[in-house]
Structures are given as structure tokens and as C-alpha cells.
Design a protein around this ligand. Structure first.
Ligand code: AMP
Ligand code: ZN
Length: 112
């Protein structure tokens, strides 16, 4: 997808702070962090949203990567949140499937 900013990050056309890359996935720092730890985990392949992705193994690996990153970032025990905003009412603004990993502050009581 030539007009997709996350595809451009995957291809190296756009800069990003890459935290991890493995098995068709990439994790980057969110440019507008909502918490001390705010990472985005995404497939390198373009899927417009969760609705377009039927690859259960890939979706499973996204969750596993989130868990591993939470451990590496030292926030696993304290707690963290993963979420996938989907379509307009879900708050999706970048239409390339991605999972947020948020941690480092008290998130309870908030839904977004
Ligand atoms: P969503 O609202 O779930 O679609 O989330 C999109 C996220 O992407 C937001 O948290 C943005 O801050 C983040 N974002 C947008 N552009 C970039 C970028 N170039 N590099 C890193 N994160 C970005
Ligand atoms: Zn894309």
C-alpha cells in the first residue's frame, strides 16, 4: 500500500524507532505516547484492520510479541494493556492493522 504510513515504516521509507522485528512482525514506538511505554505491534504485510486479517497464527504471534515486549520493558509484573482499535467507532486512525501495548502508569478505569 503506497499511501500507508505503516507500510512506509516497514519498508524503511519513513523513520521510526524500531524495538523488535520477527516473523513478519515489527514493533515500533508510538510517536504520540499515551503512557510511559507505548509500543505498536504490527504485521509487515498490509491488512486494513483486524477485520481483514484471517491469519490466526499471525494474530497469535502479535499477542506473544506484546507479552515478550512487556517483559523486556520491565512492565509485565506491574501490568499492561493491549488493544486493537478497529474502524471509526473503535478509534482507528491508521488503517494498517496494529496492536497497542500500553504500560507504565495506572490504566484501570479507562477504556481508551
Ligand atoms: P489508532 O488510533 O489505533 O489507529 O492508532 C494509531 C497510532 O499510530 C496513534 O497512537 C499514533 O500516535 C500512532 N502513529 C501515527 N503515525 C505514527 C508514526 N509515523 N510513527 C509511530 N506511530 C505513529
Ligand atoms: Zn500498510
Amino acid at each position: 500500500m503506497s499511501d500507508c504510513i505503516f507500510c512506509k515504516i516497514v519498508s524503511g521509507e519513513m523513520p521510526a524507532t524500531i524495538i523488535e522485528e520477527s516473523e513478519g512482525l515489527i514493533a515500533i514506538k508510538d510517536v504520540h505516547p499515551q503512557a510511559p511505554v507505548h509500543l505498536l505491534i504490527m504485521p509487515k504485510r498490509h491488512f486494513r484492520s483486524l477485520l481483514e486479517c484471517d491469519d490466526e497464527a499471525l494474530l497469535g504471534r502479535m499477542l506473544s510479541m506484546a507479552k515478550g515486549l512487556a517483559e523486556e520493558q520491565g512492565v509485565a509484573a506491574g501490568g499492561f494493556r493491549v488493544l486493537i482499535n478497529t474502524n471509526k467507532d473503535g478509534g482507528q486512525t491508521v488503517f494498517h492493522l496494529h496492536m497497542h501495548l500500553l504500560a507504565g502508569r495506572q490504566l484501570a478505569g479507562e477504556m481508551g
